[in-house]
Design a protein around this ligand. Structure first.
Ligand SMILES: Nc1nc2c(ncn2[C@@H]2O[C@H](COP(=O)(O)OP(=O)(O)OP(=O)(O)O)[C@@H](O)[C@H]2O)c(=O)[nH]1
Ligand SMILES: [Mg+2]
Length: 321
């Protein structure tokens, strides 16, 4: 199940306490104040990631706690500043502050967004020493880290869907078109859950391989097809080296028909993949075979930069319209 809506409490770390100590050693029986400052508490930030598809990491997590700053110590020792926590969420996640109603969308994988600021470290008594007060006992406790009640919502709806039989090269194509890093393997059902990658602003969903009978639950079934119901365009990946590429195409289409015939009407590109493994004649013949399908047919390889460039152009064009 795609988890796309969760609520969370985010609490940044408290600052460390300042120390109230006085210098004591063999030479000094009653020395001056030497309590150091506390360190700052850790912030909690959120950053986008293309390697996460949904919010399942937060399904059972009810809260995120930042680290506390270290306490100050004697000999004017400063407490450590706590490390900041950076939480990864899928690109396109909307974060809403439930108390103020303000929201922000996480659109960058590079720039983390501050959600809860850590508390400031307290001053130690050394800091309060003055001409008039040589022995201050005053010190500050660390400031409280911010607490935010937030909702995370994933609004990402894939505009482009990659479909096809197992092992056709869908995940390889996703990896070539986007910066997603899906598992790729020379065996069927490498992909068990949809992967999402971003081509510019457009999300591409790599749907686990469908096989004959998927609509009756064979293989991984067709539960993933719901993720491509809203796509604007499909790329139907076919391994050109299989015995009967047309049969591969029709097998998947047949499962579509069983699930929701409207999927058959979606604009699609037929991508005949792995041409590097086929001879020219086969490529030509197969292209001719698909020519009457009244849709764009592209033959190439996920490893070939020209193929990828062409696909990027076509896809960006068709979803920007
Ligand atoms: N020679 C060659 N191999 C390719 C090409 N594209 C993908 N492959 C290989 O084909 C195999 C299957 O690729 P995947 O991308 O995992 O296929 P998939 O369609 O995602 O498969 P499932 O997740 O099982 O549905 C891997 O061994 C890839 O390295 C290509 O253009 N040329
Ligand atoms: Mg795959």
């Amino acid at each position: 199940m795609l988890i796309d809506n969760v609520t969370l409490v985010v609490k940044a770390g408290n600052g460390g306490n300042g120390a109230a100590t006085f210098l004591r050693n063999a030479m000094t029986a009653r020395g001056g104040p030497d309590g150091g400052n506390g360190g700052n508490g850790g912030d909690v930030l959120f950053r986008g990631s293309t390697n996460i598809n949904d919010l399942r990491d937060f399904q059972y997590k009810k809260s995120i706690h930042g680290e506390r700053g270290g306490d100050g110590t004697k000999h004017n020792g400063f407490g450590k500043n706590a490390k900041h926590i950076v939480v990864s969420v899928p690109l396109g996640t909307r974060i809403t502050d439930l108390d103020t109603g303000k929201s922000i969308e996480i659109t960058s994988a590079d720039t983390p967004v501050l959600i809860a600021r850590g508390g400031i470290g307290g001053f130690g008594n050394y800091k309060y020493k003055s001409a008039t007060n040589q022995t201050p006992t005053q010190r500050d406790l660390g400031g409280k880290g911010e607490t935010k009640n937030i909702r995370l919502e994933l609004r990402l709806i894939a505009e482009i869907g990659l479909i096809g039989l197992p092992n056709a090269g869908k995940s390889s194509l996703l990896a070539a078109l986007t910066n997603a890093k899906p598992a790729i393997g020379n065996y069927p059902f490498t992909t068990l859950e949809p992967n999402i990658g971003m081509l510019g602003k457009h999300a591409i969903a790599d749907i686990p391989g469908l096989i004959e009978g998927a609509s009756r639950g064979v293989g991984l079934g067709i539960k993933f097809l719901k993720h491509i119901e809203k796509t604007k365009i499909l790329v139907h990946c076919i391994d050109i080296t299989v015995e009967d590429p047309m049969n591969a195409y029709e097998t998947v289409r047949k499962e579509f028909r069983e699930y929701n015939p409207l999927l058959l009407e979606k604009p699609e590109i037929i991508f005949l993949n792995k041409t590097d493994l086929a001879d020219k004649d086969t490529v030509k013949k197969t292209m001719l075979l698909f020519a009457p399908m009244h849709t764009k047919v592209i033959a190439g390889s996920t490893q070939d930069p020209e193929t990828i460039q062409e696909l990027k152009h076509i896809l960006t064009d068709s979803v920007s319209r």
